[in-house]
Design a protein around this ligand. Structure first.
Ligand code: FAD
Ligand code: NAP
Length: 331
């Protein structure tokens, strides 16, 4: 294992929260090191048009995230293409190990690991992932040209995926477990008006049918229990996301099903010196702009905490002298 590297501020995650934190932290001369994770650019790289990012009437998600990355880099962030596999928040400096074998010792940490797609949890879904079952229309829609597709879910993601998939499919069927959608009204209007889209209300998916590729779905009516078969060659699961808090489970206070708890009005977690931003902490808004806003808050909170010095570490021993230099130093 290589020698540990001492960093002033470690940012974990490269979505809107992570990159915004990096821009602010770099401009505060904290020389942040940002580890990108498995999905550089985060969730927005899995979508097409983003129409609610202020200043852009319409921007492609991957383009927006590429711009954020180069902005963060230009301001002086060191961006590392790797995954943080272990994070020890029990002593200072905090210690992060990556899949690539890097060991980082950080005075402060901003967690911005976002959220991951949820799955229905059916064995047939698991077996046919990559063979017609997907959670990313942008990634896989192209493979379903001229085919019939089902989308499962009733939120913004499901509706956007259904609309996007009409570019490829002959027919898109949205399956929702209730009789109303939680998606924004403007998206619902587009969905209901689209000639290629049909909605099946009040049904759950019981099984994905097919041996080596998706051939259909077995659906069940939530009230009557009546079953029906929907023939289709693609099944896109769009039932939301779960916070990516595994790295810190048992180390930080979590709430609402795994979201990192922060002090209201701040990004301070239950461990002083550790800050959290974006979808990882937010079960309510979960937007690019709110994540970016929280990234900004986290950088400002971290900057103030670092500037205040070791006495900020309430109830904890600071085991290393803080390095006042903004540059990376090596052990
Ligand atoms: P994420 O974007 O989830 O990024 C998390 C980052 O953490 C990733 O880079 C990942 O690689 C990294 N990471 C995770 N674990 C580790 C680890 N162990 N080590 C290192 N890095 C790690 N919002 C809008 O405002 N407008 C939209 O139009 C819109 N469209 C959307 C369309 C889709 C299909 C989806 C799924 C979401 C959409 N959203 C939209 C929501 C928006 O994408 C999220 O709110 C936003 O991306 C959250 O940003 P984040 O920075 O908190 O996390
Ligand atoms: P979401 O809003 O949590 O919606 C998830 C949907 O899936 C709900 O309709 C839910 O049903 C359904 N569902 C959950 N578990 C299910 C299960 N096991 N079986 C069947 N259905 C299930 O998730 P999302 O649509 O991914 O959106 C996440 C966040 O990103 C939201 O805050 C959203 O606003 C944001 N986002 C924004 C945009 C945009 O602004 N254009 C685009 C995409 C996403 P119920 O309704 O019955 O609970």
């Amino acid at each position: 294992m290589p020698d540990p590297r001492r960093v002033r501020l470690l940012i974990v995650g490269s979505g809107p929260a992570g990159y915004t934190a990096a821009i602010y932290a770099a401009r505060a001369m904290l020389a942040p090191v940002l580890v990108q994770g498995l999905e550089p650019g985060g969730q927005l790289t899995t979508t097409t048009e983003v129409e609610n990012w202020p200043g852009d009437e319409s921007v492609q998600g991957p383009d927006l995230m590429a711009r954020m990355e180069s902005h963060a880099r230009a301001m002086g962030t060191e961006i590392v293409m790797d995954i943080v596999s272990r994070l020890d928040l029990s002593r200072r400096p905090f210690r992060a190990e990556t899949d690539g074998g890097l060991v980082l010792l950080a005075d402060a940490v901003i967690l911005a690991t976002g959220a991951r797609a949820k799955w229905l949890g059916l064995p047939s879904e698991e077996r046919l992932k990559g063979f017609g079952v997907s959670a990313c229309a942008t990634c896989d829609g192209f493979f379903f040209r001229g085919k019939e597709i089902a989308v499962i879910g009733g939120g913004n993601t499901a509706v956007e995926e259904a609309l996007f998939l009409t570019n490829f499919a002959t027919r898109v069927t949205l399956i929702h477990r209730r009789d109303s959608l939680r998606a924004e009204k403007i998206l619902q209007d587009r969905l209901f008006r689209h000639p290629k889209i049909e909605v099946i209300w009040n049904h759950t998916v019981e099984e994905v049918l097919g041996e080596s590729a998706v051939e259909g779905l077995r659906l069940r009516h939530v009230a009557t229990g009546e079953e029906r078969i929907l023939p289709c060659q693609g099944a896109f699961v769009a039932i939301g996301h779960a916070p990516a808090s595994d790295l810190v489970a048992g180390q930080l206070e979590l709430h609402n099903g795994g979201y990192v708890k922060v002090e209201p009005g701040s990004t301070r977690t239950s461990v002083p010196g550790v800050f959290a931003a974006g979808d990882l902490t937010d079960h309510v808004y979960r937007q690019a702009v709110t994540s970016a806003g929280m990234g900004c808050m986290a950088a400002l909170d971290a900057e103030r905490w670092l500037a205040a010095g070791p006495e900020s570490a309430v109830g904890e021993t600071v085991s290393q002298t803080r390095d006042p230099s903004p540059a990376l130093s090596h052990y």
